[in-house]
Each structure stands twice: as structure tokens, then as C-alpha cells.
Design a protein around this ligand. Structure first.
Ligand SMILES: CC(C)(COP(=O)(O)OP(=O)(O)OC[C@H]1O[C@@H](n2cnc3c(N)ncnc32)[C@H](O)[C@@H]1OP(=O)(O)O)[C@@H](O)C(=O)NCCC(=O)NCCS
Length: 175
């Protein structure tokens, strides 16, 4: 049976499990996630990154979460680019799940939970996301959470050495 999925704000002690997952999944994630500097794959590098994510959280620009299964960190779910102004009230959702925990519904549940944070805690009105055109699992996660594709951003992200198109997704919150 699938273990339950939880999300919470990232904490400094998450640095070690995140570094371990990302080091193990370096090859598997190469087509889907941007290249990172070497220290991204170390607990020290992740600790610095978590500090700056928490600075962004305190500034209201980002909601940086981790995904937990059986209380173990198995991935991240982040609301970035938060625009809280009353006439915008939107943010962009990003996520990854470690290969050892994929295809058990965790990303789908984590995105559902972060949509609730966006509505109830952040008071946002609109969620956005972007996926590689060929990232079908990620697109399933978004569709299952009520997102619809609305356009293509051409040559918008450097992945595995090539500028790739991004499929743009939207979901009006409260729908
Ligand atoms: C994309 C990702 C987050 C999905 O995480 P996950 O926990 O495995 O996702 P879920 O189990 O909730 O859902 C995966 C869905 O994709 C489907 N799927 C899996 N492999 C597939 C494939 N090759 N083709 C089509 N669909 C596929 C599953 O059946 C499931 O669909 P369902 O909800 O209809 O059953 C994870 O694969 C990942 O982190 N990948 C690498 C990084 C990445 O792509 N990040 C997102 C960038 S936009």
C-alpha cells in the first residue's frame, strides 16, 4: 500500500537527505532538471541553498516545501515567483520526487496539498507551472490537479545542454 504523502516547509536538517537523493538521481534527472554546480549535491551546498530559500520565504517570494513519505524526505515542492499584489496573487509550482519513491502518487498528492497552501495560507488566486514537452509523468501530475496547458514558451530553459521549449500550465484556484 502507498505510504501517505505530507508536505511541510523546508528545514536546515533537510540538507543531507536532499543532497543524497539528488546525487543518486543525477543521471535520471538530467533530461528534466537544470544543470547545477557541484556543491548542489553536497549537504553543505544544500544547507546554503535552504538558507536562501528560507530568506525568500520570509520575504514572501517563495514557499519552499519538502515532500515526506513515512516521515522521510523524498522530494521537494516549491511555490516560486510569488506575486502577492491584490491584482495578481499568483505563484509557480515546481517539484521533484526521488526515483526510489516515484510512481506511487506522491507528486500528485504533494501538488494537491501545496495548492491548498497557496489558497488558504498564501491567499493566491492563480497557480502556474511549466513542464518539458516530453515529461509525461509531470504533465499527468498537473492534469490530475486540475491544471490545463495554455501555451508554449519557446527555447525557454537550458536542459541537458539544449534550449528546450516549456509547456505552460495554469489553474485558477478556488475552481
Ligand atoms: C515528474 C515527477 C515529479 C512525478 O513524480 P511521481 O511521484 O512519480 O508522480 P505520481 O506518481 O504522482 O504520478 C505520475 C503519473 O505519471 C504516469 N507515468 C509514469 N511514467 C509515465 C510515462 N513514461 N508516460 C506516461 N505517464 C507516465 C503515472 O502513471 C502517473 O499517472 P496517473 O496519475 O495517471 O497514475 C517525478 O517523476 C520526478 O521528479 N521526475 C524528475 C524531475 C522532474 O521531472 N521534475 C518536474 C519538472 S516539471
Amino acid at each position: 500500500m502507498r505510504s501517505s504523502t505530507r508536505i511541510r516547509l523546508i528545514e536546515p536538517t533537510d540538507a543531507a537527505p536532499i543532497a543524497a537523493h539528488r546525487a543518486r538521481d543525477f543521471e535520471a534527472f538530467r533530461p528534466w532538471e537544470p544543470a547545477q554546480p557541484a556543491d548542489f549535491f553536497t549537504p553543505e551546498g544544500q544547507a546554503e541553498r535552504i538558507d536562501s530559500l528560507l530568506d525568500g520565504y520570509r520575504a514572501g517570494a517563495v514557499w519552499p516545501g519538502v515532500v515526506l513519505a513515512d516521515d522521510q524526505v523524498i522530494g521537494q515542492v516549491t511555490v516560486g515567483g510569488i506575486l502577492p499584489q491584490p491584482h495578481l496573487r499568483r505563484g509557480s509550482v515546481g517539484y521533484w520526487i526521488a526515483s526510489v519513491a516515484q510512481n506511487q502518487g506522491h507528486a500528485g498528492h504533494a501538488v494537491g496539498l501545496v495548492l491548498r497552501v497557496m489558497t488558504d495560507e498564501l491567499g493566491l488566486h492563480r497557480a502556474e507551472a511549466s513542464t518539458h514537452l516530453e515529461n509525461l509523468p509531470s504533465q499527468r501530475v498537473l492534469r490530475r490537479n486540475g491544471f490545463s496547458p495554455y501555451g508554449v514558451a519557446h527555447s525557454s530553459i537550458l536542459l541537458d545542454g539544449s534550449w528546450r521549449d516549456g509547456l505552460l500550465w495554469e489553474r485558477v484556484l478556488g475552481d
